[in-house]
Design a protein around this ligand. Structure first.
Ligand code: CAO
Length: 431
């Protein structure tokens, strides 16, 4: 078969210039298929792979990791047989034509400016979050995804601790070599039966929304990989409710509505300040706890296409009125599907309030990589034994689920006790 030598250039990478090559994914002698990633570039905003414009064997690399390149820079030469290019209309160059090679040949490679690291969805976020933190190129992320490997668990041996293909392969090998089954700790479940429901009556099939599919996968992962415990408690919010009503009367003319959630946000931040291990995440090695000095709180919103969790920033620096305004604004936008991915990132702790709807208690699922989540159910009047007699008090049910790898039961009940006290004495919160 006749072969030709083709040069491969850095394609159109948008406005970026002098972009660092952080990884060279091939070496001389490697056979590549059209579309395989050759090198990974990293700007301060994104990483992007440069794919092979055609199939062939890598002849000679013209760059190395750490080099800075712009559009038109020569990456490598490929020895090609009679193979199809990635895009139609690709020129082939014979060795004699090589001297005349101009950067225009790089038009065979599609522009890359869209190949940007995907922003994670907060509602389910651990994987996306950890992937970005994990510093891996898009091709490695794709490779890990195909093998079902969680990048957050893999140690990178490449430049700047980047995860390489070898790292992913070694991780998968190690996982596969671990004992499975009842004694080995592998999760083994019976297969879900496939049932033809139509045999029992009329049915209608409705596709799940994108949000529900995404969050479903993450919720499932969090549920089976995090040892959950839920601590239930009650807060006496009789005084808080009186204060809330008074504030609502005062602010009604300004169109501001203060719900119990604004108070909960303040109380949760106080509790996080008191118990820093609740404002933390396990790092990728699972050997260290990363303690956060900021207080961004996610709020679960029941949106038409499924649960979304926008994040309120720096809650410790905001007052009740400001929080009430932000809550109203962000939950309205969440319901109108106008929340950006960035607004769902960076949360430290999540509140899931079903109190406006009802319920007495529930078990929220920890929103990893966070380590705890507070579920709130509907407040109700209860007889509480006080000073030798029963008094009617408005009691708010709290359900704190936590990651038992990080938080002990005693710490959890201290947290909810503190929270209940803070809510029963809102003068402290207003300070
Ligand atoms: N007990 C009693 N009443 C409560 C309450 C509680 N715990 N929480 C809220 N209420 C009241 C509010 O005060 C409001 O009444 P008023 O207008 O008379 O004051 C009413 O219930 C409705 O509140 P709301 O739901 O509009 O506002 P919110 O600030 O409490 O909640 C939001 C906002 C966005 C969190 C909520 O609307 C929502 O979507 N909740 C669902 C979250 C969810 O789906 N979680 C499940 C996750 S796990 O699958």
């Amino acid at each position: 078969m006749a072969t030709t030598i083709k040069q491969v250039f850095v394609p159109d990478i948008g406005k970026f210039k002098d972009v660092e090559i952080i990884e060279v994914l091939v070496k001389a002698g490697d056979t590549v298929q059209a579309g395989d990633a050759l090198i990974t570039l990293e700007t301060d905003k994104a990483t992007m792979d440069v794919p092979a414009p055609f199939s062939g064997v890598v002849k000679e690399l013209k760059i190395k990791a750490g080099d800075k390149v712009s559009e038109g820079a020569l990456i490598l030469t490929l020895e090609c047989g009679d193979m199809s290019p990635l895009l139609s209309g690709a020129d082939t160059l014979s060795p004699s034509q090589r001297a005349d090679q101009s950067s225009s040949q790089s038009t065979n490679v599609p522009p890359l400016s869209k190949n940007v690291a995907q922003p994670p969805l907060k509602s389910a976020d651990m994987s996306a979050h950890s992937i970005i933190k994990a510093h891996a190129s898009p091709s490695i992320r794709r490779f890990a995804r195909e093998l079902g490997a969680d990048l957050a668990l893999i140690k990178g041996s490449g430049v700047k601790n980047r995860i390489t293909k070898d790292d992913v392969q070694s991780f998968v090998k190690e996982q596969l070599s671990q004992p499975r089954g009842a004694a080995g700790g592998g999760l083994q479940v019976a297969e879900m039966p496939v049932v033809d429901f139509a045999q029992f009556g009329a049915i209608e099939t409705k596709p799940l929304s994108r949000i529900r599919k995404l969050s479903g996968a993450y919720l499932h992962r969090n549920w089976v990989t995090i040892p959950h415990v839920t601590q239930h408690d009650e807060a006496d919010i009789t005084g808080m409710e009186a204060f809330r009503k008074q504030l609502n009367e005062e602010y009604a003319r300004q169109g501001i509505r203060i719900t119990p959630l604004a108070f909960l946000l303040k109380a949760v931040v106080e509790a996080l300040q008191q118990f820093p291990e609740f404002n933390a995440s396990l790092d990728a090695s699972r050997e260290n706890l990363v303690l956060k000095k900021y207080f961004h709180i996610g709020v679960a919103v029941d949106a038409p296409d499924g649960l979304v969790v926008p994040v309120l920033r720096d809650v410790n620096q905001k007052g009740l009125i400001q929080l009430a305004k932000e809550l109203a604004e962000i939950s309205a936008r969440a319901r109108e599907k106008r929340i950006s991915a960035a607004e769902m990132q960076g949360g430290c702790f999540t509140i899931s309030s079903l109190g406006g709807i009802g319920g007495t208690a529930f078990t929220p699922i920890v929103n990893a990589p966070e380590v705890a989540i507070l579920g709130v159910s509907r407040a109700s009047m209860k007889p509480v034994w006080k000073g030798g007699k029963f008094e009617p008090r408005l009691m708010l049910p709290l359900s704190l689920s936590y990651d038992h790898r990080v938080i002990d039961g005693a710490a959890a009940v201290r947290f909810t006790t503190f929270l209940a006290q803070a809510l029963s004495d809102v003068r402290r919160l207003a300070l």
